[in-house]
Design a protein around this ligand. Sequence first.
Ligand SMILES: [Zn+2]
Length: 94
Amino acid sequence: MDLGFALTCSGNCESISAANHKLNTNAIAVYTSQKKNKFIAPALFTILGLIFLIFGFIENNPVFGLTVISGLCFFVFGIALFVIQGRLMKKINV
Ligand SMILES: [Zn+2]
């Protein structure tokens, strides 16, 4: 059978091949979008962390209260995410 994107036997192989084709098409769409937007989440966490840290240091007494500790967590997590996303998306070729 000629499915347009593949030649298969008729019957079960047609649906298997069609499903594989759809999976690949969807995967390409997801990977393309993820690669393009790979730094959105890290940027959000890092910026939130900085905002919390700045506000914490300006307004908090004592300094190591909830705001500063949260800010520190957000910031460190954001930086870690930058590294993780950068490495992961480098391996993905779309
Ligand atoms: Zn077959």
